[in-house]
Design a protein around this ligand. Sequence first.
Ligand SMILES: [Zn+2]
Length: 310
Amino acid sequence: MAQPDFVIKAFSTDQFELPLPVGHRFPMLKYRMLKESLQQLSAISLESPPAATDEQLLLCHDSVYVEQLCTGSLDEKAMKRIGFPWSTAMVERSRRSVGATIAACEAAYCSEPRVAFNLAGGTHHAHRNFGSGYCCFNDAAVACCWMQTHWGLGQVTIIDLDVHQGDGTAAILAGRNETLTCSMHGASNFPFRKTRSDIDIALADGTGDEAYLEALHGLLQTLDQAVAHDLIIYLAGADPLESDRLGRLSLSHNGLRARDEAVFTFAKTRGIPIAVAMAGGYADPIELAVQAHRQTFECAIDRFCMGPAV
Ligand SMILES: [Zn+2]
């Protein structure tokens, strides 16, 4: 294989492990497996991200919520809605995961090849003052606001292709003119009460590759005409896969690859920096989700790192 012209930065948080009871449905193992799989790719540079600071979290989250979550004083009902048992390690991992999406945005914005990754993140069910569905803090929303306030970016667009609707992101960023939130998701899947994004595309259970990709091309066409994008944050969930336990759609690995290629081509051909978060992926067996996440990296390498063959 040819040597890459550029190396893509990827921020991993698997070293900040979340202590979970045996049999918990959250696929902690996936993150380590993905990192191990990426270590074989010379075009990927794995780095440890800083933890998001209070200043960063407070751009999108309520101060009482941040304080209670960080000190373990949220009530039982609020913790149940998040779905994790509280621990200091959980707080640290949540901060690092937001830090990883911020670091990926900064790397994509400031340096070639204009794409960077968080190996976790995509915690789009976290709202301003409560967490939900395995999401404590909303990494994409915080990173978006940080890039605008700290780096002076104008338009930031969030393309959320996790199979679950990005309700927290939509709620937190509602009414902000310089932010465009897009979610393409399963109509009848969690969250059962959706929040309105700027663009929502709801798909029927069982939607396969062809109909999915047609809907995506329509979305990208709309985005092309909507605004000039200074940065894209892409939630590349692997949970539209047919083998996903929570997905309810029927995409193949080839379909997901075509999805990733379409999004990366959109960004690359227009010179838009793109930061990618992995978001969901709950396939059975979990290796199938890892394979889908890995091919998102391979697509990015193909699009962004390889010069013309000589
Ligand atoms: Zn999901």
